[in-house]
Design a protein around this ligand. Structure first.
Ligand SMILES: Nc1nc2c(ncn2[C@@H]2O[C@H](COP(=O)(O)OP(=O)(O)OP(=O)(O)O)[C@@H](O)[C@H]2O)c(=O)[nH]1
Length: 463
């Protein structure tokens, strides 16, 4: 088995082509060190018959050499593949695995549990539809479980599986399971998850992973795989208002001018009224062009070229949005940041902020509060260290279009980039617009925008 593939690496495209017709669910498996992520993913691959005989032979050999299970096959070795890692006994990178069933194809981000690798976990979570948060039934919730829950909520994952693993080691105690779930629900009450599905399982024995377990007679819910096969994906993003950030202006000749990009949310049809932001110019969709011809409708997740009804000036970084659900425009953003860099962040620091397809200079004007990862409660902070989560105000060198993250995961999130190293230094979500002192990009003529400037101002200033 190829290990430690990145999505761009060999295997990803081939996998997607082979399973093109099936819906793809991306999920992340996270939790503290030794909660059993590798064993769980190994179990998913094994019981869905993704492992070939030669791999089984290699696995049996490696299990004897490196495994923690004596003569038994150690499923964790299927995913903890690297030699160096085996010797250290830890997972050190994000590894993506692919498997598929009759119903769906799955891409799982396997992320390390160690606190110093929280950054890798955040990377894996940033594209996931569902998070499987593992808990060792003996340990209950740990600092790292809480931090991961906070992070996945920040990154817009709204469906959570609380996988209470190693239930075999606590005699499948329902009391233990209920107490862990109650603790998790209390901690995450304010996170806005759409669903927390708790499943008691034993990754090692295979109970409630692919096949239903028989040990917990009190559990009547589905095994993990069935949940992953049935959980709705894309529904919320497609129901959200239309947004597409312009990646490039497609102008092959003087006859044709289209705006190409990936539809971040919603759906669009020819004739739909749209607003181009941040300029605020209104027009309508004339045509939706793709490599396979023109479309009568396009939805979230599709890459298209939009031809507009009027000569509207839009360049890379502009956003085309549904006219009846305008975006906000400001040069000051209140954000919640996950600070991933090793260096400290202090007020006054300037970084690059990438929001949608636009990159601007962003200065930290205030670190308002730092979130305590133990309690989830905010407290004062003067500077941020690696892995801190904090509420930070950013001043941008020009106004950008955005949605509050609570309304749109794509148009409400940003990354901060170190200007010197070009490393991603932080992931952020936009909390609310800050119009005070901020300049609107351009006056928006009320006549060209139903709902008018009043509606926009109301959204900006509240009331
Ligand atoms: N009894 C029992 N042991 C388990 C279960 N799941 C995992 N284990 C054991 O717990 C240990 C840790 O499992 P891993 O799968 O390596 O844990 P991990 O979370 O991937 O750990 P890292 O890769 O280091 O982050 C191994 O010895 C597993 O065999 C389970 O359901 N029951």
């Amino acid at each position: 088995m190829t290990i430690h593939q990145s999505p761009e690496a060999f295997g990803y495209e081939a996998f997607l082509t082979a399973h093109q017709s099936k819906e793809v669910l991306r999920f992340i498996a996270c939790g503290s060190v030794d909660d059993g992520k590798s064993t769980l993913i190994g179990r998913l691959l094994h019981d869905t018959k993704q492992i070939f005989d030669d791999q089984i032979t290699a696995l049996q050999r490696d299990s004897r050499k490196h495994g923690t299970q004596g003569a038994e096959v150690d499923l964790a070795l299927l995913v903890d593949g690297l030699q160096a890692e085996r010797e250290q006994g830890i997972t050190i990178d994000v590894a993506y695995r692919f498997f598929s069933t009759d119903k769906r194809s799955f891409i799982v981000a396997d992320t390390p549990g160690h606190e110093q690798y929280t950054r890798n976990m955040a990377t894996g979570a940033s594209t996931a539809d569902v998070a499987v948060i593992l808990v060792d039934a003996r340990q209950g919730l740990t600092r790292q479980t809480r931090r991961h829950a906070l992070l996945v909520s920040m990154l817009g994952i709204r469906r959570i599986v609380l996988a209470v693993n190693k239930m075999d080691l606590v005699g499948w105690s329902q009391d233990k399971f209920d107490a862990i779930l109650a603790g998790f629900n209390t901690f995450t009450a304010a996170f806005g998850f759409a669903e927390v599905r708790a499943i008691p399982l034993s990754a090692k024995n295979g109970d409630n992973v692919v096949l239903p377990g028989t040990a917990a007679t009190w559990y009547t819910g589905s095994p993990l795989l069935q949940y992953l096969e049935e959980v709705p994906v894309h529904e919320e993003a497609q129901a959200a208002p239309f947004r597409m950030a312009v990646q490039w202006v497609n102008r092959p000749n003087s006859e044709f001018r289209g705006f190409s990009g990936l539809i971040a949310s919603g759906r669009v049809r020819p004739g739909d009224p749209v607003t181009v932001l941040p300029s605020g110019r209104s027009t309508a969709i004339a045509r939706i062009v793709t490599a396979d011809g023109e479309l009568a409708e396009a939805v979230e997740g599709q890459s298209v070229t939009l031809v507009l009804a009027d000569e509207v000036d839009a360049s890379r970084g502009a956003v085309i949005a549904a006219q009846n659900a305008p975006m906000q425009v400001s040069d000051t953003l209140d954000t919640r940041l996950f600070w991933a860099a090793e260096t400290e962040l202090q007020p006054g620091a300037t970084l690059l902020a990438k929001i949608g397809t636009v990159t601007v200079n962003a200065t930290v004007s205030a670190i308002r509060t730092r979130i305590d990862p133990e309690t989830g409660q905010p407290g004062p902070a003067e500077r941020l260290a690696a892995n801190d989560i904090a509420d930070v105000t950013l001043t941008l060198d020009r106004a950008v279009a955005f949605d509050p993250y609570a309304e749109n995961r794509d148009t409400g999130s940003l990354i901060l980039i170190d200007r010197e190293t070009t490393d991603t230094a932080a992931l952020g979500l936009v909390q609310a617009p800050r119009p005070q002192g901020g300049k609107m990009a351009a006056p928006i003529p009320a006549a060209t925008r139903p709902g008018g400037i009043l509606a926009g101002l109301r959204r900006l200033f509240g009331g």
